[in-house]
Design a protein. Structure first.
Length: 243
């Protein structure tokens, strides 16, 4: 079954933090969006993989995501290897996305940077006829996505985003999807524990997400926006799209 957009991330909650407003706009438009999560985030300081899985399912439902896949790569050990790239090739060929959203190559977490490299590699390899993959016992046809964009997680893009998406109407959905991960963020009405506080669970952290999206919104004259970096040239059919 074809997906319009494949969102590739290292951990459950990466996409929600980075581009959930954009994802919700796409699903509101009737676009089919699929998440591919490389790890189960089993090294997370707070919660458990089982809790994280339930939270990820709730967040995906809020955003209208069509499906989620888990590649089962070890958390904290994501490496740019041919084996890991082939796991993504299988997913890309299965869903045949037109657009792929991936982490930036500049990030605080090394897993995120590794997923960027693996995704770039897999997107190219998936179009090669002489690379053979199967899924459910059926040989897959080659497929190469038309466009890749990087979403922003913690570090700023060098030079700033190339593209801004107005997410004013879906910013509330974005924050609800983030708060679905109550074990990871400051959501005391849904999750309390004696686990150590992390950067993400600090009460101030979600304010930084709002501040960034407000700032990006100010750059294009709206209330909230999300920023993306392009992979490869980005063209338009006519300057009339700006009129």
């Amino acid at each position: 079954m074809k997906a319009d957009v494949l969102v590739i991330c290292a951990h459950p909650d990466d996409a929600e933090l980075s581009c959930a407003g954009t994802i919700k706009k796409l699903t509101n438009e009737g676009r089919r969006v699929v998440f591919v999560e490389c790890t189960r985030a089993e090294l997370g300081t707070r919660g458990t993989p089982e809790i994280r899985e339930a939270e990820a399912a709730s967040a995906a439902a809020i955003l209208g995501v069509h499906a989620r896949e888990q590649l089962g790569i070890p958390d904290g050990g994501v490496e740019d290897t041919l084996e890991n790239a082939h796991k993504l090739v299988v997913a890309i060929r299965a869903w045949k996305p037109t657009l792929v959203l991936i982490p930036s190559e500049w990030e605080r977490h090394p897993d995120h940077e590794a997923v960027h490299a693996i995704a770039r590699r897999a997107a190219f390899l998936s179009g090669l006829v002489k690379i053979t993959t199967t899924r459910d016992g059926v040989e897959q046809a080659p497929h190469r996505p038309k466009r890749m964009l990087c979403y922003q997680q913690f570090y700023d893009f060098p030079g700033g985003p190339d593209l801004f998406v107005d997410v004013t109407e879906t910013f509330g959905d974005k924050m609800n999807a983030i708060r679905a991960f109550s074990s990871q963020f400051h959501v005391p009405e849904h999750y309390t524990s004696n686990e150590p506080e992390t950067l993400l669970s600090n009460p101030e952290f979600l304010l930084t997400i709002e501040a960034r999206e407000r700032y990006y919104g100010s750059r294009i004259g709206v209330t909230y926006a999300e920023g993306f970096k392009t992979v490869g040239p980005l063209g338009v059919s006519s300057l009339g799209v700006f009129l």
